[in-house]
Design a protein around this ligand. Sequence first.
Ligand code: AMP
Length: 458
Amino acid sequence: MAIQAPEGTRDLLPDEAKFWAHFKATAADVFGRYGYAPIETPLFEQTELFVRGIGEATDVVSKEMFTAISGQNLATLLDGGTVKAKSRLSLRPEGTAGVVRAVAQHDLVPQGAAPAKLMYAGPMFRAERPQKGRQRQFNQVGIECLGAEEPSVDAEGIIMLMRFYAAIGIPSEATRLLVNSMGCEKCRPAYREAVRAYMAEHASELCDECNRRAEINPLRAFDCKNPGCAAVMEGAPKITDHLCDECREHYGAVKGYLDGAGVSYVEDPTLVRGLDYYTRTVFEVQVTEGMGSQNAIGGGGRYDKLMEEVGGRPTPGFGWALGYERCVLALQAAGHAFPPARRCDLFVACVDDSVRSEAFSLVQAFRDAGLAAEMDHQHRSLKSQFKLADKLGAAVVAVLGPDELASGQVKARNMRTHAERLVDLAAVRTLLARFGGEAVGGGTAPARIEEVFDVGEE
Ligand code: AMP
């Protein structure tokens, strides 16, 4: 059998790859209106960045990273040699740590400056067990806002995400927005201790993993899929009863802004999310139907301590990421199909090989004028060329034969109306030369092509 793509990866074939480009362009358009500008960071970073940033005890870091050791002699390593920290590299499992590292490294938020608003789109890598909606390489679009701790930043970021889903075709009725506050360094330790004590009382009802979590990171037990653990955790202390005044006020303000924008949400005091760096606001967007257990299409929150964790100057931050593949599943569940990737405004058909070079030059002239033109390269019969033109969705087919060429003409057929007429080739070329250089969008191309051949309905 021919070599297959690695397990947990997926090829984006042309129709979908084109949709991914549209997805990214829509994101850039929507987020651009909120002041976000693109940033590109490496696909791999020093492993230490993720260990310090995301947290050693998280599943993402402890179990799911693709890590390699570079530039060191394997024989020395097998001999018990040590690995230099700089040589331990991991493919990025998420985008925030890399962006925060770049902001610190390039001092993008000098003291007193307005916040840096950054967006990214690209692949992330997690060595998870592949299943529908869960891959080992998947694409995320994400934003990070660094340098402001005000609740309006959180609210604006969440509103912008919900507007993006709508723009891409996922209506708000199909989604559920869950929000919570995880408190801060002042109020969370006491809360964490309350959860740990509660879990200790229920140790016999919890799974081994949760009993281990109780010691390292008790809040993670809220995410356990074991029904017994879930039942116990239902009765656990709620963070919202333990927030300090500042955190309660911050959370209240975020919700107030969401209310004002007409964005509905559900408060979920058990929402803790899988990464260690969150403080205060956390949220997740789920699709309500047709997605099974992998129904989270995006999520994020505030991370006011992350910058310090990776060695930068204290800088508050807020960000989120959405999963592209899950959005596609949500769209498919709602009955959307990818529009065809190829566009064809005009097909030039050859009656025989004697006109081939003229056809080649004509096709080129159309392309240079901003129109999508195609011809047959494989010496098909005229009938097959029409079939191909039909398959490509050509608006007009120009039939070039030796007789027409001798009289400087081409026969154009409007594929929609089936109207046909002989058109003067020199006039076509003059008109095309006028179009040349002017950008033409998909919307105006059909009008232009009909203008060229003047074969509109008669
Ligand atoms: P996270 O960084 O885990 O908060 O993920 C943010 C979003 O990325 C999720 O809501 C999912 O839509 C998507 N996502 C996370 N992990 C995967 C995965 N393994 N495969 C596909 N999508 C994922």
